[in-house]
Design a binder for this molecule. Structure first.
Ligand code: ZN
Ligand code: ZN
Length: 366
C-alpha cells in the first residue's frame, strides 16, 4: 500500500524517530516533575479524546455546557488527533460501515492498517455535511477546527514551557511532549486495531468489535468496544459498576455539577432485549438446515420466549411512560405493575440464557 498522505506520515514517523533518538540523551534529565507532568497531560489528553471527541462530539451521548466544551476542545489538542470535527467525521463513517471497504480503519485489512497505516495510504477524508452537519453548526467546534494547528502548538508549547521550569529543555521536550503524544496515540489506536481483534463479542457477534477489560485500562474505559458498537448512543462503554470506565464516571460527575446534561443510556431491559433479538437471529441462522425434532422444538421455543420477552418489555416501557403523568392513586398501581413485570422479565431472561446455552451445547455452536 503506497503512502499518499505524506504530511501525516512525516509528522508521525518524524516524531517517533525523534523520540527514540533523543530518549537516551534526555532520560538522565528526567525527574519527578517529568513524570507528574507526563501523567497529568496523559490523563487530560486521554479524557479529552474519550469524553470530548468520542462520546460528546462524535456520538452526542450527552449535552454539555460551553465551558466544558471549550475545556476539552483545547485539552484534546494535547493528544494531536485532528480536530473534533475531522475525528467525528471519520469515526461516524467507521460506525456506519464497520468492517467493510468504506470503514476508514477496516480491521480486515490487518492490524497495522487499522492501527495507523490507514492514515498514510489514504488522502484525508473530506468533511461531509450529511455526516457532521450538527457539528458544522457548533461555533466552538468550528473554531477548534479552523485554528487546530495553532491550538496544538499553543497547548503543547505551554506544557513544554512549564516543563522547562523544572528540567532541561531536552528532558521537557522528550518526557512531557513527545513521550505523552506517543503513548496517547498508540493507546487510542489500539481501539481501532486490538479492540477489533481481541475480546468477547457479547452484544453483537456479527462484527469484529470486542469487549476487552485490559484495553479499557489503557483507554479510560473505551475497551468495551463490542457494547459500544452495538449501542453507540450510550454515554457509558463499560455498563457494569465494576467495569473500569473513568470516562463514564467523569461525565456522570460533570452532570452533577451542571457541566453536562441529558446523559443518554440504555437500560438493562433494553440491553437484554437487544441480546434476545441478536441471539435469536444468530441461532435461527445456525440451525437453518437442521431438520431433527430438537431443532424444530428449539425454533418454536426461541420464537415463543423472545415474543414473550418483547411483549413484557413493551408493557414495562408503557408503564414507565404512564408513570410520568399518573395521579397519586394510579401511581401506586403502576409501581406494583412495574415490580411484577421486572420480576417476570428476570425469570424470562434466565430462561432465555439457559435455552441459548442448551442450543449451543446441542449444536456445538461457537
Ligand atoms: Zn464510537
Ligand atoms: Zn470501532
Amino acid at each position: 500500500m503506497r503512502i499518499v498522505n505524506w504530511g501525516t506520515f512525516s509528522a508521525i514517523a518524524g516524531y517517533h524517530v525523534a523520540l527514540f533518538a533523543l530518549l537516551p540523551f534526555a532520560f538522565g534529565g528526567f525527574n519527578a516533575a517529568t513524570w507528574i507532568i507526563y501523567l497529568v497531560t496523559f490523563i487530560l489528553s486521554g479524557l479529552a479524546i474519550t469524553a470530548g471527541h468520542h462520546r460528546l462530539f462524535a456520538h452526542k451521548t450527552y449535552d454539555a455546557h460551553p465551558v466544558y466544551e471549550w475545556f476539552w476542545l483545547f485539552m484534546s489538542a494535547l493528544a494531536g488527533q485532528m480536530s473534533a470535527l475531522s475525528w467525528s467525521n471519520d469515526h461516524r463513517i467507521h460506525h456506519s460501515h464497520v468492517d467493510t471497504e468504506k470503514d476508514p480503519y477496516n480491521i480486515n485489512r490487518g492490524f497495522w492498517y487499522a492501527h495507523v497505516w490507514w492514515l498514510f495510504v489514504n488522502p484525508l477524508i473530506p468533511i461531509d455535511e450529511r455526516i457532521v452537519g450538527d457539528l458544522l453548526k457548533n461555533k466552538r467546534v468550528m473554531f477548534q477546527h479552523k485554528y487546530y494547528g495553532w491550538i496544538f502548538l499553543a497547548v503543547n508549547g505551554a506544557v513544554f514551557g512549564i516543563g522547562c521550569l523544572f528540567m532541561s529543555p531536552l528532558a521537557s521536550f522528550v518526557g512531557c511532549v513527545l513521550l505523552r503524544i506517543f503513548t496517547i496515540h498508540h493507546c487510542t489506536w489500539f481501539i481501532n486495531s486490538l479492540a477489533h481483534m481481541w475480546g468477547s463479542r457479547t452484544y453483537s457477534a456479527e462484527q469484529t468489535a470486542a469487549d476487552n477489560a485490559v484495553l479499557a485500562l489503557l483507554t479510560f474505559g473505551e475497551g468495551y468496544h463490542n457494547y459500544h458498537h452495538t449501542l453507540a448512543n450510550d454515554y457509558r462503554n463499560g455498563i457494569r459498576w465494576y467495569h473500569f470506565d473513568p470516562t463514564k464516571w467523569l461525565i456522570w460527575t460533570a452532570s452533577k455539577i451542571g457541566l453536562a446534561s441529558n446523559l443518554r443510556w440504555v437500560n438493562d431491559i433494553r440491553i437484554q432485549q437487544t441480546l434476545v433479538n441478536k441471539d435469536k437471529q444468530l441461532l435461527l441462522e445456525r440451525i437453518r438446515h437442521e431438520i431433527d425434532e430438537t431443532a424444530l422444538e428449539l425454533r418454536e421455543k426461541l420464537e415463543e420466549l423472545s415474543k414473550q420477552f418483547e411483549a413484557k418489555a413493551a408493557e414495562l416501557a408503557k408503564a414507565y411512560r404512564e408513570l410520568k403523568v399518573a395521579t397519586e392513586e394510579r401511581r401506586r398501581i403502576l409501581l406494583l405493575e412495574i415490580k411484577r413485570l421486572r420480576r417476570e422479565l428476570r425469570v424470562d431472561w434466565k430462561n432465555w440464557v439457559s435455552l441459548t446455552e442448551l442450543a449451543e451445547k446441542r449444536y456445538a455452536l461457537a
